[in-house]
Design a protein around this ligand. Structure first.
Ligand code: ZN
Length: 78
């Protein structure tokens, strides 16, 4: 999986193993660490965790500082 793309991806529905189909999800703040926040995506039907997203503090600040401009701390392999 391409981590960079996944971080930009705002999920509204994801495939759920239990429901056997793509289901609407809700985002839940799972964990706050000194340098990142981890969000859990839960199926709205059965409550299963169907995905996870990490947002680093650096990325959040970067996104706020230059909204719309695509720039990353880490180099992207070509
Ligand atoms: Zn489900």
């Amino acid at each position: 999986m391409n981590q960079q793309q996944f971080e930009n991806f705002t999920a509204s529905s994801l495939y759920c193993d239990k429901c056997k189909t793509a289901m609407p999800v809700r985002e839940r703040l799972l964990l706050v660490l000194p340098d990142r926040e981890i969000f859990d995506y839960l199926c709205t039907e059965c409550g299963s965790s169907v995905g996870r997203r990490e947002v680093t503090t650096g990325e959040k600040m970067l996104a706020q500082a230059m909204s719309g401009r695509r720039q990353r701390r880490s180099a992207v392999l070509r």
